[in-house]
Design a protein around this ligand. Structure first.
Ligand code: ZN
Ligand code: FE
Length: 253
């Protein structure tokens, strides 16, 4: 039985996700960006929350843990770093499995944006929740980790099947597209960027994306092919990635 994903906007540019294992009705939310929005969506859907899955410790991802647990009595699962700001019932890391009814989420260590950032992958349904590691045409800023660590994290995600649906935690795609066009002249990117600008004009969401689409057009995953364009010709892949990341950090689009 499949996993149903319900997506909704939170704060200024976050997405909240409620997921339900259809075999059992067990329900989880991915991160806790905005308590009121999450409780309202649960009420509207008539779902009862069993679990919070945190990707990393940042307040727009774990800030609602305590309040949502107080209201729903759910359990909270996430990487150890979350305890810096919020309660956690179970610490998870690379290779752990979290069961939500019949759905199994495999935990990937995707550190780099923060040191302990994790992603949750439902292989059976080809769904991945990647927090602030991979964005549509972008990737998370390196607040705590190194470029080498982030590159390894992105490679783990890139190794998932192309038709994996990727739920990223922010709607940053239009500004990511403006940067991407500055370092990549491929037709695939131009076509996608045009679609993105048109969608955002109409207020449509550009999340979720897929692994296949990101491998084809995301300048961070394509860093080795774009190395010359960012002054890193001949450099190892993670250094090409670092150069793309630095170009993005300095980009005034
Ligand atoms: Zn973050
Ligand atoms: Fe975030």
């Amino acid at each position: 039985m499949p996993l149903t994903v319900h997506q909704f906007p939170c704060l200024s540019d976050n997405y909240g996700f409620l997921v339900r294992d259809e075999a059992t009705g067990k329900t989880a939310c991915i991160d806790t960006p905005e308590t009121a929005a999450i409780l309202r969506e649960l009420e509207t859907l008539g779902w009862e929350l069993d679990m919070i899955l945190n990707t990393h410790w940042h307040p727009d991802h774990a800030g609602g843990n305590a309040d949502i647990k107080a209201v729903t009595g759910c359990t909270i699962v996430g990487p150890q770093e979350v305890t810096r700001i919020a309660p956690l019932d179970r610490e998870v890391g690379q290779g752990d499995v979290v069961e939500l009814g019949e759905t199994r989420f495999r935990v990937l260590d995707t550190g780099g944006h923060t040191l302990g950032h994790v992603s949750f992958v439902d292989d059976a349904d080809r769904i991945a929740f990647v927090g602030d590691t991979l964005f549509a045409l972008g990737c998370g800023r390196l607040f705590e980790g190194t470029a080498e660590q982030m590159w390894e994290s992105l490679q783990q995600l890139a190794a998932l099947p192309d038709d994996t649906t990727v739920y990223c935690a922010h709607e940053y795609t239009a500004s990511n597209a403006r940067f991407a066009l500055s370092v990549d002249e491929s037709q695939a990117l131009k076509d996608r960027a045009a679609q993105i600008f048109a969608a955002r004009e109409k207020g449509e969401w550009t999340v979720p994306t897929t692994i296949g689409l990101e491998k084809a057009t995301n300048p961070f995953l394509r860093a080795p092919a774009l190395a010359a364009k960012v002054g890193a010709a001949g450099a190892p892949d993670h250094q090409a990635f670092a150069a793309v990341r630095e170009a993005k950090d300095n980009f005034k689009g």
